[in-house]
Design a protein around this ligand. Structure first.
Ligand code: TIU
Length: 221
């Protein structure tokens, strides 16, 4: 067993039964002209974590952890996009509209791709998901069962939307969940801070948090 110096208390884990899940590090959330920007957000804080996510990814790859990437995107005919999702609010571009990176949040379009620095490697799993949580309407649960995973390390964007939703889904399914504090980001600093706090409050009610350095130190040990 290895030990991560995590909050609110150390997390023991077995590297062989631990997977890294990198949530939605897509151009549509991280680059100008995508879905995140269309919702009115400044995407620069999300761009800033890409090198840290890369460092975590490379450390987990070197340690032999299973790596799973997710992408929030929809079928070209939008058959898996609820109208309530597409029609909500007054974004500059709606899901399926044509933008500078192709059709917004549509599978196969440039904007739906993971940013170049974090491109999945052969053997890594990529899950396309229509919702915020990565378990909803995907094969993630079955994939984790085949891997024999018990502990999940999370990174990606955005902290309080797709990352938190997926962590909560995973926690309810019996996984020990840890969020890499500096390898996740929100468009709203206060929401990120609140999410980190609420995850680890009440004796890790949803899970643990730790820095990328703390996670990599445990994998090196
Ligand atoms: N991936 C993800 O978090 N999807 C979002 O729509 N996030 C927002 O913060 N909008």
């Amino acid at each position: 067993m290895a030990l991560i110096d995590a909050r609110p208390f150390p997390l023991s884990f077995e590297p062989a039964t631990t997977a890294l899940i990198v949530i939605d590090m897509q151009r549509d959330f991280i680059e100008p002209g995508g879905f995140g920007a269309a919702l009115g957000n400044d995407v620069r804080p999300l761009q800033a974590i890409v090198p840290t996510v890369r460092r975590l990814l490379d450390g987990c790859r070197a340690a032999g952890l299973a790596v799973i990437h997710t992408r929030e995107c929809h079928e070209p005919d939008l058959s898996d996009c609820p109208p309530a999702k597409r029609d909500r609010g007054t974004p500059a571009l709606r899901i399926g509209d044509h933008g500078p990176m192709g059709r917004v949040l549509v599978a196969g379009e440039p904007g739906a791709e993971i940013v170049a620095e974090l491109t999945p490697r052969p053997g890594e799993t990529v899950i396309d998901k229509p919702g915020k949580g990565a378990f909803y309407a995907t094969g993630l649960a079955e994939i984790l069962a085949v891997l024999g995973a018990r502990t999940l390390v999370f990174a990606g964007v955005t902290t309080e939307v797709c990352v938190q939703t997926t962590m909560r889904e995973a926690n309810d399914r019996g996984f020990d969940c840890l969020l890499a504090e500096d390898a996740t980001e929100s468009y709203f600093p206060a929401f990120k801070a609140a999410t980190l706090e609420m995850i680890r409050a009440q004796g890790a009610i949803v899970g643990w948090t730790a820095t990328t350095d703390q996670i990599l130190a445990a994998l090196d040990a």
